[in-house]
Design a protein around this ligand. Structure first.
Ligand SMILES: Nc1ncnc2c1ncn2[C@@H]1O[C@H](COP(=O)(O)OP(=O)(O)OP(=O)(O)O)[C@@H](O)[C@H]1O
Ligand SMILES: [Mg+2]
Length: 411
């Protein structure tokens, strides 16, 4: 390791640790040494911001931003470091000790590329570096465009997923439910369209490794002029089985989109597909009501913590005061405690009672493979087929599909 500021005179600096005091992370020092020899330096937080602009920083590949619970009070600075590093084309590995999931989530959202918990598990840093260096595979269907039949009248079922607090797994559920429904039958299965209405921060594209494109913005900004052809052009196909409307490439101001726009898009999708799965933004928007009204099932994801509890209460009150159809809501507890954890089980029960909600579905914590699947742009079926989380989502898909089959038979 070079002392204090990196010393470019000897070896070119390939990476830097950025931390309050790197001595608090001695395992990181060891792992950096074994991965990079002498070609790395260590920087303090403020120092790093000054350093990114220096010519010495040009040849650098990544920073390892190491933080613990004390640094969590300094989130704006952590965020700034990530933003500045990314702006200079540097990758960011986040090394975190005792940092809350919501802080972690927000930093990953700011663009941190990899996350490794501290104390570092054996070989994890080397693997993270390896992943940074491997270019992502080419998007499965960059070309885009789906040919649709203007006469289609499928009357698809609208299934919505809405995270009541950020990071509670809404997108993970939406993407994987869509994929399991698309694969529910070996041949001639239902057609499925997955729509990312989290128009600004939507991560469906990331989770399926699809590009965000301008045509989506164009389509959404003129839904009156939209027809089957324009809608079809805005869709991408994932692995030839799932049609996806990603969020647009540019951030779309949420108030630019009206309830009518949303209604047109949903109607179009319902005519063309058997299932329309919608990923909603966490915030309530002008057109939340439109989506709730169109929905057949509206999943609301939460976790067993205060933040989720408070948001759930607000969400429920907001819908009730507008007399919206709350009977469509299905509360989903993500990262639910294990069956054997009786103590946590009783916390779940108390939470449900105090919020006066029924928890309709509990999804287990799938651990790191879930985030890895999402980061690598693959459904769980492909990258973690045996995960307990995937198993629950498969069951859910099967029960939804059996309902629809029964409806079709009755009609
Ligand atoms: N049951 C689970 N087990 C393990 N990891 C999970 C689980 N559910 C979600 N995750 C991970 O948690 C993170 C947040 O999940 P996700 O993006 O699906 O949440 P979200 O509610 O859509 O968040 P946002 O507010 O950003 O839209 C992701 O890294 C995901 O891989
Ligand atoms: Mg999401």
């Amino acid at each position: 390791m070079s002392s204090v500021m990196p010393q470019p005179a000897t070896d070119a600096i390939l990476a830097c640790t950025v931390s309050r005091d790197v001595q608090n992370f001695d395992l990181l020092i060891e792992d950096m040494e074994s991965a990079l020899g002498e070609s790395w330096g260590d920087l303090g937080f403020a120092e790093s911001l000054a350093f990114f602009g220096q010519p010495e920083a040009d040849g650098m590949e990544f920073i390892a931003l190491a933080m613990d619970d004390a640094d969590e009070e300094n989130m704006p600075l952590m965020t700034e470091i990530i933003t500045q590093a990314k702006a200079r084309g540097l990758k960011v590995i986040l090394i975190a000790e005792d940092v809350t999931p919501s802080a972690l989530h927000s930093l990953l959202r700011q663009g941190a590329d990899e996350f490794v918990p501290y104390p570092l598990p054996e070989g994890e840093l080397a693997e993270a570096i390896e992943r940074l260096r491997t270019p992502p595979p080419a998007p499965a269907a960059a070309a885009g465009g789906t040919t649709l039949d203007a006469r289609a009248q499928k009357d698809g079922a609208v299934i919505v997923v809405h995270g009541l607090a950020g990071g509670t797994g809404a997108t993970t559920l939406a993407v994987n439910l869509a994929w399991e429904l698309a694969n529910i039958e070996t041949a001639g299965g239902p057609s499925v369209c997955l729509i990312d209405f989290d128009l600004q921060y939507g991560s469906v594209s990331t989770f399926l490794d699809l590009p965000r494109r301008e045509v989506v913005y164009e389509m959404l900004s003129d839904t009156e002029g939209m027809d089957e052809e324009i809608f079809g052009q805005a869709l991408l196909t994932y692995e030839e089985k799932l049609s996806v409307l990603t969020a647009p490439s540019d951030m779309l101001p949420l108030d630019l989109i009206t309830a009518e726009d949303i209604e047109r898009v949903l109607n179009m999708a319902r005519n063309q597909f058997d299932y329309v799965i919608v990923d909603m933004p966490s915030t309530l928007v002008q057109w939340s009501e439109t989506v709730l009204t169109a929905a057949h099932i509206y999943f609301a994801t939460l976790e067993l913590d205060m933040r989720s509890a408070q948001n759930t209460l607000r969400f429920k009150r907001a819908l009730q005061s507008e007399e919206l159809p709350i009977e469509k809501l299905r509360y989903v507890l993500n990262r639910a405690p294990k069956f054997t954890d009786l103590n946590a089980k009783s916390r779940v029960k108390r939470m449900a009672e105090s919020l006066a909600i029924g928890i309709d579905l509990q999804l287990p914590d799938g651990g790191k493979p879930i985030t890895q699947a999402n980061d690598h742009g693959m459904p769980l079926a492909a990258s973690a087929p045996k995960s307990p989380l995937r198993k629950e989502i498969v069951k859910l898909a099967a029960s939804i599909h059996s309902l629809r089959d029964a409806d079709a038979a009755a009609a």
